[in-house]
Design a protein around this ligand. Structure first.
Ligand SMILES: Nc1ncnc2c1ncn2[C@@H]1O[C@H](COP(=O)(O)OP(=O)(O)O)[C@@H](O)[C@H]1O
Ligand SMILES: [Mg+2]
Length: 238
């Protein structure tokens, strides 16, 4: 069967216990595409990523297909092996590992000749290279975000799921994250970003979906949504 790098979510429902958080989510991210899901706090963005990965105690039904595989029937470890990388909200770094050890422990060489090695991450992000021998959790917030992204890059994923990279970081770091995402797209990687930050989402992504109370209520190109103040107010309250 031909490898298909499109992600296709159809009719996804997600629950914590009996409480339903996502309702009938359908969306797609084509191979090499950068897509953002925008939504305010508590709308279900993190739950959507966890439901795709089968983690965090989320019960799910519906269909999530990637690389000809139905992810809702797979274990999280099998899903990671399909080439899906995850940058969690809040970074989840280890106090007991140095910056460098985070990258070395996570490294999985690429098969396609475009290998993100720990050294390549340090070349790309000199701000963390200088601090490679200190504990990951001793970095500033922005540096921890960069390390969390670097840790995902060295797994050499084909599809990256990124949860609110803008949270608690400076505009300067946001610009760096935008540059990395551009670089990923040049290498035909796909990106699914979930964000509250409108500016970051429309700068990085070419298409956006809006999530309100666990449902996709709107979708558009980023170019069309960028300056549509009426829709920003309607869906994001800004
Ligand atoms: N582990 C959990 N158990 C029960 N409810 C949860 C859990 N995590 C999140 N929720 C609830 O699910 C809804 C969506 O949360 P979340 O996906 O974290 O939203 P977002 O990432 O958009 O801020 C919220 O109402 C939140 O309170
Ligand atoms: Mg969240």
């Amino acid at each position: 069967m031909k490898q298909n790098d499109n992600l296709e979510i159809t009719g996804l429902q997600a629950f914590y216990g009996k409480s339903q958080v996502l309702r009938d989510i359908s969306l797609h991210v084509d191979g090499g595409e950068k897509v953002a899901i925008l939504g305010r706090n508590g709308m279900g963005k993190t739950t959507l990523l966890k439901a795709m990965l089968g983690i965090g105690g989320v019960r799910r039904s519906g269909s999530v297909i990637y690389r000809n595989t139905e992810l809702t029937k797979k274990q999280p470890s099998d899903i990671a092996r399909l080439g899906i990388g995850y940058v969690p909200q809040g970074w989840l770094l280890f106090t007991s590992l140095t910056v460098e050890e985070h990258l070395i422990m996570a490294y999985r060489p690429s098969k396609d000749g475009n290998d993100w090695t720990p050294e390549r991450v340090f070349d790309t992000f000199p701000e963390i290279a200088q601090r490679r021998k200190i504990s990951g959790t001793s970095l500033s917030g922005g540096e921890q975000q960069i390390l969390a992204i670097g840790r995902t890059l060295v797994t050499n994923p084909q599809l990256i799921l990124m949860d609110e990279p803008s949270e608690g970081i400076s505009t300067k770091v946001l610009d760096r994250i935008t540059e990395i995402c551009d670089e990923l797209a040049k290498n035909k990687k796909s990106l699914l970003l979930v964000e509250q930050n409108l500016r970051l989402a429309v700068t990085i992504a070419t298409r956006i979906y809006i999530l309100v109370n666990g449902q996709i209520v709107y979708q558009s190109t980023a170019a069309d949504f960028k300056d549509d103040k009426q829709k920003h107010a309607q869906y994001l309250g800004i």
